[in-house]
Design a protein around this ligand. Sequence first.
Ligand code: SF4
Length: 362
Amino acid sequence: MEKTTEPISQQVETYLPSIYSLTLEQLQAWMVEQGEKPFRAVQVYEWLYEKRVTSFAEMTNLPKSLREKLTEQFTITTLKTLVQQTSKDGTMKFLFELHDGYSIETVLMRHDYGNSICVTTQVGCRIGCTFCASTLGGLKRHLEAGEIVAQVVKVQKALDEQNERVDSIVVMGIGEPFDNYGELIKFLKIINHPKGLHIGARHITVSTSGIIPKIYQFAEEGMQINFAISLHAPTTELRTKLMPINKAYPLPKLMEAVRYYIEKTGRRVTFEYGLFGGVNDQIEHAEQLADLLKGLKCHVNLIPVNYVPERNYVRTPREQIFAFERALKKHGINVTIRREQGHDIDAACGQLRAKERKEETR
Ligand code: SF4
């Protein structure tokens, strides 16, 4: 395992917004306000996302006066790399410091089908899932779109050194993406844009714990993005024990919203199901799950959950994981088991941040 550490800055410098927060249309509007031609925005996007420069001074095809205006009003990235770890299996984990001293995690995973990044959307989380280290200190703040975009650019720059690229993105890191909906949608538009990072919609997955009104709203966005629900339990009672959000947004209503989403978009939905030893991993749970999902255009992703030191959950034995999978398959449910990665580098969501920045997660 390689590990590099930069000192943690205690100083909050004068804050200028990140230009990564602007969609191309917003940047074009800004150019017009400044008396510039809209095509300058495309040039800036090319410098930011194709050449991935780190200063406006490097944007040499822009007039000097415009570079000065950009420098006065924006920064490029506000993220500073605090820790970068590489696992034996190639998984890379990053801890970034934000402009106000908070920190966030981003993970790069290596798959047969390419490089995938898991991005964070909030500092902490207020959803309170009982198995999650990221929610222990509550929500500190939402991330701006530019802070989410910058995670992808930073990781892509690390991959540039190896002549590789980011192939796909999962929005499943720290935070509930639908609790930060406006910035999430801006982020998706920026990374998907042909002049932005140009990551195809079908290579992007957004996962929610089940904020029902936002599922209906997301269905109307007209994006071909993959959609996942963190389900983790087949009944209302058990789900409420694992995920308190189920009290506000109960399972039957959640399933109604998912059905609407599938009808409206024609797209398949993925259900994430974490297996917790002795809690939700018995054959009767698999039978209940098959019943709940009967007839739905969906896929189940079984996640063997790591032991969470702050919580009392333990791993499901290997044989039980396969038995659970077989029970779902028997009912015709499309199911896979998530491959574990980065075992030697605090790979579970929130673990690196929890370890390195204890004061933030209390
Ligand atoms: S699992 Fe996700 S939604 Fe639940 S508390 Fe953790 S970060 Fe929040």
